[in-house]
Design a protein around this ligand. Structure first.
Ligand SMILES: Nc1ncnc2c1ncn2[C@@H]1O[C@H](COP(=O)(O)OP(=O)(O)O)[C@@H](O)[C@H]1O
Ligand SMILES: N[C@@H](CC(=O)OP(=O)(O)O)C(=O)O
Length: 459
């Protein structure tokens, strides 16, 4: 059995949904279909999820939400009209969404979670009706129905491991196709909670593990995952095959095509992932597989970059001699409920890199104050904008010259490095650069190792 996830770009309008129907009909193993909310139809368009977050804000601010309702339902109405569905389904969806706006929530952020999840819920309702209309026997299931319970961290949920045994009990008849809304689960207290943005990829992976699928197909709008973000380089090299670990590092550092947290369920269930294009389904796409199944190791598989970081640099002589120094910093972070991303250190220096989202609401100021008071550094400096480049490849393991392969092109391009970290992960080299150098650095490393959409021969 295959679990198949279609992203927002694949469900953006009637024409796209026709392609989805064709894909599902062409392979009887495609039995469980995870759907996202309708995405952008053209550049500058708005995703339904973003409109729903606007709706949540209007509800919380007690503003008139009518215009936002209209924009949301215009999209669903177009899809329903395209497939000549009974208009009654739209009346039901409108009543449903209105009820969600009227419910009471323990906090504003749970109201945002509940409303933003409705893009996927309404999509699943509509796609189920569309599939039945075109002769596919479809049944909708929900996280509530199959016991997909998630943690309480609002809008950043994680699956609770006990869910898998419940999901495994799901009964699917031989002749039916299940339609399942992505992006959200249900807490033990019965609250709707979403994964982080892009989280329908996570739902697909959870179902693939829970239902012990043979393959998790993830349909999007590109022919494959490329060695570099196609928005940065024209005609980039496609990645035909890569390992779970390579994908995890690349998606963590900016390959938005696949959510980094969707890797873990696939690893746990040992389920290969195939990223494919809804607009070009005959293309083989990218296979993401366990290391043991890799047929070819690339020296460099991909180069990713992200700039949503801030870093604090702490200098204090003889850090290396001071027992418990790092523990004192970690205690301050734990007290303030701040998680960090990376912590490269030297003999007298330590840099801690954070996701900017961790430092909002006065937490950055409190952190600075406590470090000053309790650590008493000789120097403390914030780098408010910090970009990371991640160069990833199974072939980097124990390779002589790997560092110069990465650093030399950056030197030639005149990019200065603020941090280098090799060894913490054996398959990647992480580099810190100024955000204004991010794209230049990625292109320089890419151009040194790839040309005309292929890895260079000597690689
Ligand atoms: N390395 C990469 N390879 C392919 N696509 C990438 C890469 N990095 C970023 N992307 C972007 O990811 C997009 C697909 O992801 P997303 O917008 O989440 O799709 P969907 O709507 O199918 O969920 C592509 O259109 C592309 O712009
Ligand atoms: N619709 C949600 C979840 C998601 O995964 O969407 P997509 O598959 O379009 O990236 C979001 O926009 O975050």
């Amino acid at each position: 059995m295959k679990i198949v996830k279609f992203g927002g770009s694949s469900l953006a309008n009637g024409d796209q949904i026709l392609k989805v129907i064709k894909i599902v009909k062409s392979d009887p193993a495609r039995r469980v279909i995870v759907v996202s909310a309708p995405g952008k139809r053209f550049s500058g368009d708005r995703k339904i999820t973003d409109l729903l977050l606007d709706l949540a804000q209007a509800v919380l601010n007690r503003e008139d939400p009518q215009d936002i309702y209209d924009s949301i339902f215009q999209r669903y109405t177009q899809i329903a009209a395209f497939f000549q569905l009974d208009p009654e389904i739209l009346t039901e969806l409108k009543t449903h969404l209105f009820q969600i706006t009227q419910a009471s929530y323990p906090s504003d952020v749970f109201c945002q979670a509940a409303l933003s999840a409705q893009g996927e819920y309404m999509s699943a309702r509509l796609i189920t009706a569309v599939f039945n209309q075109v002769g596919l026997k479809a049944r909708m299931l929900t996280p509530m129905a199959i016991g997909m319970t998630v943690s309480k961290e609002a809008r950043n949920a994680q699956i609770l491991p006990a869910s898998y045994a419940k999901i495994a009990q799901t009964k699917i008849a031989d002749d039916e196709i299940i339609i399942f809304p992505g992006f959200f689960g249900i807490t033990k207290d019965g609250l709707i909670n979403t994964f982080s943005r892009g989280g329908s990829d996570i739902t697909g992976a959870i179902l693939a593990r829970g239902l012990d699928a043979d393959l998790y197909e993830n349909f999007t709008d590109v022919d494959s995952i490329y060695a570099v973000n196609p928005k940065l380089v024209d005609n980039p090299a496609p990645i035909h095959e890569m390992t779970f670990s390579e994908m995890r590092e690349l998606s963590y550092a900016g390959f938005a095509v696949f959510h980094d947290e969707a890797i873990l369920p696939a690893i746990e269930g040992n389920i290969p992932i195939n990223v494919k294009n809804t607009n070009h389904p005959e293309a083989a796409g990218t296979m993401i597989v366990p290391r043991a199944r890799l047929t070819h190791k690339n020296k460099i598989t991909g180069i990713a970059s992200a700039n949503h970081f801030q870093a604090i640099y702490i200098h204090r002589y003889l850090i290396n001699r001071q027992v418990g120094f790092t523990a004192s910093i970690l205690k301050i972070l734990a007290d303030l409920n701040i998680s960090y991303e990376h912590m490269p250190s030297g003999i007298d220096d330590i840099t801690i890199i954070f996701d900017k989202k961790q430092l909002t609401g006065g937490r950055k100021e409190k952190l600075t104050q406590r470090i000053q008071e309790e650590i008493q550094p000789d120097a403390l400096e914030w780098k408010n904008d910090y970009a990371i480049i991640m160069v990833v490849g199974e072939g980097l393991i124990n390779r002589v010259g790997a560092m110069s392969d990465v650093v030399d092109p950056m030197r030639d391009a005149g990019v200065s490095l603020t941090m280098v970290n090799q060894g913490a992960s054996e398959i990647s080299i992480m580099l810190g650069v100024k955000p204004e150098d991010e794209a230049k650095a990625v292109r320089a490393i890419y151009d040194a190792h790839f040309e005309n959409g292929h890895a260079k021969k000597e690689d």
